[in-house]
Design a protein around this ligand. Structure first.
Ligand code: HEM
Length: 416
């Protein structure tokens, strides 16, 4: 059986479960000529690769995602780029070289993760519980008054954006700008803004954001506040981040933290609407909410794939992979592996979903997992009693146009 699977194209399909099964059964380590990439689909192999960063480098996270953003260089693009570099006064060579936490390996990754990790400890995140609750209540209260709602726009999008802005210390009056910048970057990273890159205004927005963050960092250095930016640039700590490291990390938080959490909340609500008997069970017994969050992560992970490149020849699932190849680790398929999960294509909030790989595994395990779980749990506690009153309005919305993130553009509901 010959299987053709190009992750950059096929991960965008509305239903990937059949393709995932084909890969796991017949080509668990699959080479795509078209995508020039290996695809790994079984749970054990994906986990093995995530556990071995010396062989499977995260440099690919930068290379693959940047290549998805490359646009043909033309004079207009060059002019925009020059204006960006002039205004931000950032060294272009350093921009190309500097890595993001998610794409760094070895000692540099350890050092950076230790510094930024402090801001994401369970205790620090616990401090955000009351505020998360208040934001959720404010938004759900508005939804309660309406007969037609969009779970994505009304709750799943604003909640993570407000929380991350407040954690970073973005002033309330700049929150709208911050939201716009983050959507633009996410749009670009997801591939949706790629076609009209120059007209989308994304470079202007990124330049505005750089200037804002440069200013914010300068202010925090002279007058530290109780926020994450102050912590990132605190001169008292070892191995303090320089300006570009700090800006890069803030951008990573926007991209890695916003869209994923939005989709976790949206995917959970969508799955519950599709499974009314399980929705009724959670409404009757809210202690099942944590199971809903974990089963949603397993069933429809907001991030479907992690990329790596091989630093040496290696063997995975008995198949040899040469040195210097890109590898797509299908988190979504690993979560549907029948070796670990019975009837894996069924959404079942009563199963033990704890072995899912949706937050990754090993040294790059998601830094924001506690924050994402806190937001999803709090959102669902308020949302579930409302969801039972609503049914789907119109045809289900298309998925976001992305091979990386998975979720719906909207979730339109109307009161019964
Ligand atoms: C449901 C929501 C989320 C999902 C599914 C998710 C998923 C992931 C995954 C799979 C990785 C590992 C990538 C790899 O191994 O290459 C990761 C890393 C990361 N995530 Fe999340 N994430 C979520 C929410 C968040 C939030 C809320 C934040 C922060 C505000 C965040 C920040 C990060 C960071 C900084 C990393 C890089 C860690 C490192 O490389 O050491 N994530 N995330």
């Amino acid at each position: 059986m010959t299987i053709r699977f190009n992750p950059f194209v096929d991960l965008k399909a509305a239903d990937t479960s059949k393709r995932y099964r084909e890969l796991r059964d017949h080509a668990p380590v699959h080479w795509s000529d078209e995508g020039q990439i290996y695809t790994i689909s079984r749970h054990e192999d994906v986990r093995t690769a995530l556990k071995d960063p010396d062989t499977f480098s995260s440099e690919a996270m930068k290379t693959v995602l940047n290549s998805a953003l490359t646009v043909p260089i033309n004079p207009r693009y060059a002019l925009k780029l020059l204006s960006f570099l002039f205004h931000t006064r950032i060294n272009p060579l350093r921009i190309l070289k500097v890595g993001n936490l998610i794409s760094l390996d070895g000692e540099r990754h350890n050092v950076l993760r230790k510094i930024v990790g402090k801001g994401f400890s369970p205790r620090r995140i616990g401090d955000w519980q009351a505020r998360t609750h208040a934001i959720v209540e404010e938004h759900v209260a508005r939804m309660r008054k309406r007969d037609e709602i969009d779970v994505v726009a009304d709750l799943a999008v604003p909640l993570p954006t407000i929380i991350i802005s407040e954690i970073l210390g973005v002033e309330p009056e700049r929150r709208e700008d911050f939201k716009r910048w983050s959507s633009k970057i996410i749009d670009l990273a997801s591939g949706a803004a790629k076609e009209n890159f120059l007209d989308s205004g994304v470079l202007d927005d990124v330049a505005d954001m750089f200037l804002y963050l440069q200013d914010a960092i300068k202010k925090r250095r002279s007058e530290p506040q109780e926020d994450l930016i102050s912590q990132l640039v605190d001169p008292k700590q070892d191995g303090v981040l320089d300006e570009l490291d700090a800006i890069n990390f803030v951008i990573l938080l926007l991209v890695a933290g916003n869209e994923t959490t939005t989709n976790l909340i949206g995917n959970a609500a969508n799955a519950l609407i599709d499974h009314p008997e399980q929705l009724a069970q959670v409404a009757a017994d809210p202690s099942l909410i944590d199971n809903v969050v974990e089963e949603t992560l397993r069933y429809e992970p907001p991030l479907t794939v992690a990329f790596r490149n091989t630093t040496r020849e290696t063997t995975l699932g008995g198949i040899s992979i040469p040195k210097g190849k890109f590898v797509a680790l299908l988190l979504g398929s690993a979560n549907r592996d029948e070796q670990l999960f019975e009837k894996p294509d069924a959404f079942n909030i009563h199963r033990d979903s704890s072995n899912h790989l949706s937050f990754g595994f090993g040294v790059h395990f998601c830094l924001g997992s506690s924050l994402a779980r806190l937001q999803a749990r709090t959102a669902l506690v308020a949302l579930v009693p409302e969801l039972v009153e609503f049914r789907r309005r119109g045809a289900p919305s298309p998925l976001i146009d992305s091979f990386l993130v998975r979720g719906r553009q909207s979730l339109l509901l109307q009161r019964r």
